[in-house]
Ligand binder design. Sequence first.
Ligand code: MTE
Ligand code: HPA
Ligand code: MOS
Length: 749
Amino acid sequence: MKNIDSISHVTGRSLYVDDIPVRTGTLYGVVFTSPVAHGNILKLDTSQARAMEGIAGVFTAKDIPGENQIGGVIPDEMLFADKKVVFHGQPLALIVASDELTARKACRKIITEIEPLEVVTDPREACNKGMLLVPPSTFRSGDINKAWDQCEYVFEGKTETGGQEHLYIETQGAYAYVMENRHIKIRSSTQGPTHVQKFAAKVLGIPMHRVEVDVTRLGGGFGGKEDQATAYACMAALAALHLRKPVKLILHRIDDMRMTGKRHPYSADFKIGLSKELKIIAYQATFYQNGGAAADLSSAILDRSLFHSTNSYFIPNTEVTAYSCKTNLPPNTAFRGFGGPQGMYIIESAISKAAHELNVPARLIQQKNLLREKDHFQYGQVAKNVNIGKCFRLLDKDFGIEKIAREIQSYNRKNVLHKKGMALMPVCFGISFTNKSMNQARALVHIYQDGSVGVSTGAIEMGQGVNTKILQVTARTLNIHPERIKIETTNTTRVSNTSPTAASSGADLNGKATEIACIQLLKRLLKTAASMLNTNPDKLAISDEWVLNEGKRSKLSWEQLVKTAHLGRVCLSEQGHYATPVVHFNKEIAKGHPFAYHVYGVALLVAHLDCLRGTFRFDKVCIVHDFGNSMNIGIDMGQVEGALAQGIGWMTMEEVAYDKEGKLLSNSLSTYKVPDIFSAPKEVKCIPLSVKGPKPAILRSKAVGEPPLMYGIGAYFALQNAIKAFNPAYVPDFNAPMTPEKVLLRLYQ
Ligand code: MTE
Ligand code: HPA
Ligand code: MOS
């Protein structure tokens, strides 16, 4: 089935926040932000701005009727700074005017006096100064101290990974208006409508039931709108409530880039110990996460880095400690992979280091240490239906790993100024929110009298195709045609207390809730059919919109059945509630069973280097990915390709740069380079592993949103190998992204 949005997307008819037809009297907001990264606010004078013609209002911390607090996990983030600013670009005021240009002009009339304080942007420096967002967290398994004695080889190293700008095509924004009785409606570009509802209510000092959040779709989120859409929705709502006028607030790209948080940069130390047979016996690491100025989701992201710190390998003795460091940067946030990519980069670096020192291909170490059935993850969960070995075998069978390696060797022998390098990148990614309570969802399914169906869930469509998947679940469960079904907007008054659409589990959680609701409806309808056909419901089924009686088509169609059920006063609406079974995790001892299942896969990447220029491309990427039983292979392949490109971008070209004063330097697309069609691998081949999907996966179709991003990590190591082929003196270092500039330096160092 095609993505149900494809036609409206390509014809430009899909609606985003800025496309919503505005109401009469709509006003426009612009955020005034801190010009410095750290300081005491001595003066914030908005009077001149207020006095300008066309200005409807200027709102600061003083105008907040409720709490000036939007910290999602820890209450440490203000909507508007009041006494202190802690990052460059931190909101100080919202200016609302009859048009945006006027609001922008008024921005320049605001006078601030800020006493500068020391700016810290480096996570290790912050850690040394004791500036942590949350207490450190450690995962342990086996006995690390005893383990080193059993190792034949021990290697140590240091790694750096950079940030990453989400670059959703639709920037952050919201449109808020007051209905009667101070009921406020917010159209927001958010992955977490309930998060917006909860914090808008808190900021406005009203109960949640007075705030209705409605989301049609997002022009991308990638984690950047899991928590960070909330501030702008709250600001629009605050102004709308004060002014009793609709208020629209959409960030310009340059403002979005400098004000919002990104993927967390990590600095890390590792120590890896191997046996003579190249079995990894011990792994010890310390992660320094650059959290930015407020906690946001940093602690949960830190946890996922720990969960994925051994990637797809079984390592009997581990000890990994992670610090979430408080710096004067915009609070960093969720980004596809949610800390997993950072954790995996570090273990892959350790393996690359060992491979270099031992003069063996990294793939040998990778393959010797793959997770096997019933191995324990270091967090206690027993690995079940482990598919990583199968993925490697299929990759080798279909593409020939050693054959490609030989081809590269021979290419490198024949060419002086062009070199190739390959790397394998295995992935094992846990599916579920690591916070147990978030693993729940609801769906509201209405069957209308005419037989058409409307489905509301908590899922947010952001391009990943979750609405199409939910439509498929409905069609399959009710056995009716897709044209009969409409997926409604995501609305907090129809479906309440939603988890954000994140952790790749949007389709699983909301799809399961939809399935549960549909099964209940089907049961009721079949009961009606049974009384009409004078038989037992067990003998009946619906297929292709007809009631089957003992497998044979009866005279009863879907439409007739629905109509009769309604006349017979049968309820044609149902709410389904789903809570992922089994998952649990005890943070105190860092053990449990946090994931419903794991997604596996492996990629082989071939980098092609121009050794005069330092430029490169990826000739091919061969992937075996474990989709389970993909319910929509077109959408799922799209997720693999998009995530791969995004992962390669993070590893090879996207460089988030701040100056020492904490000001973003890479604040536009001329200074922040993202992958485009020309930098996409020349050839991407992805083969689905043919295995049965697990039960908690919707229709046994595994979650796919985040895992393939981590295939991109292989790009770094493929480039390393190409550099080595040109410059044998190059000692692999681990400092991502490996930009062409860095490549050039390493070719001739
Ligand atoms: N794909 C598109 N096109 N746009 C997005 O914003 N977000 C990713 C992934 N794929 C994203 C995307 C992230 S970070 C997650 S967690 C999942 O989609 C969320 O959707 P799902 O749970 O329905 O897979
Ligand atoms: N993944 C994504 N988002 C989240 C998670 C997670 O594990 N936990 C809380 N928010
Ligand atoms: Mo995705 S980072 O869990 O929104």
